[in-house]
Design a protein around this ligand. Sequence first.
Ligand code: NZQ
Ligand code: ZN
Length: 389
Amino acid sequence: MLGSFSYCNPTKLYFGAGAVEYLNDELPKYGKNVVLIYGAGSIKKNGIYDKVCEILKANGKCVTEISGVMPNPTLNKLYEGVDTARKAKADLLLAVGGGSVCDYAKAVSVSVNCDDDPWEKYYVRFEEPTCKIVPVGCVLTMTGTGSEMNAGSVITNTDTKMKVGHVFASEEVMPKFSVLDPEYTLTLPRYQMAAGIYDIFNHICEQYFSGEDDNTSDYIAEGLMRSLLHSSRIANKDMQNYEARSNIMWTATWALNTLISRGKSTDWMVHMLGQAVGAHTNATHGMTLSAVSLAYYRHILPYGLKKFVRFAENVWNIDGAGKTDEQTAFEGLSAMESWMKEMGLAMSISELGVTEDMIEKVADSVLVLTGGYKPLDRDEIVKVLKDSL
Ligand code: NZQ
Ligand code: ZN
């Protein structure tokens, strides 16, 4: 490992069936004003809302609600939540939902006591919080983003058509605690389960496809990918399989909680391309990633050939004997393509609503990062998007 780094992850996790009861240990640590944040209402249908409210009540909390946090939460919704949390004098923001709800809670947490406009400060200038941050706790109901144990927060500005993620450097932004009960994910629709699985897989890829050194993070990444492939195939056939869903949930957390990026530059261009597609279509995050991935990876493969060969052999069990490195590497991507189709993922951006005449505008929304094997220029971005149609 040639890079130097620090490592600290302060989020406390409670994992397993019935883990929500640990809220009884956590809630007494915070003041009485809790703002309960959730989405469009899935938690009311599956009983999670009732259970959480019962525990909040038993702990004597004064609860204010922010409901209707949408997938791909918007800036206007953030302004609304900041206002509610200020009025409620929030001591704790309790997010109950998927990555959108957790991300949103973090955005509110750094904005409640901030005088600046949060979009300008955090999502345009990428500054760190300089105000007091309201603590966030999560009860996760959808697995994929890793938001339960990281400092990332993605917000969409529907006016400027920019979907921007800020991964805060401050550990203070990470949730103080997260409850991970795999049973809570059993009510997810198949489409969301599949999108979450691909989101996890791609988080690992984004960190794996960078660097040339022999790095422990890459070995951990390969182990996580193998576990995910195994469990995803079981869950795809039997969605109610607790063992598979629990492995998927745990893999998601470790895929993006800063561990496997240690000592790496990391790529993240599939996410930049996917987020641009998301900003123009409001499509489901994981599906925007699957739709652009193969075109992107086939494009950069020659620049990171050694790693793509290793990916083929160690993750997809491709036997490289008697083949050129290029053949082995491309076979790895073909195996990945078969698995993606098996999972029912979006394989093109046309499926998500992008048409050829939108390509230039989508390209305008792509932020270019340079940590991967080949920084993309404008022509390459357009080519990858066209190849993804
Ligand atoms: O709103 P409700 O009714 O709760 O329905 C949600 C939503 O429609 C539903 N759902 C969640 N749990 C459920 C359930 N339905 C039935 N049963 C359950 N147990 O699922 C839908 C999608 O939820 P959402 O939270 O949007 O999904 P996800 O967890 O994939 O989060 C996506 C957001 O996270 C961002 C994405 O860009 C996107 O905005 N990301 C955050 C990251 C981070 N913090 O590090 C990194 C990721 O790369 C990603 O960018
Ligand atoms: Zn993602």
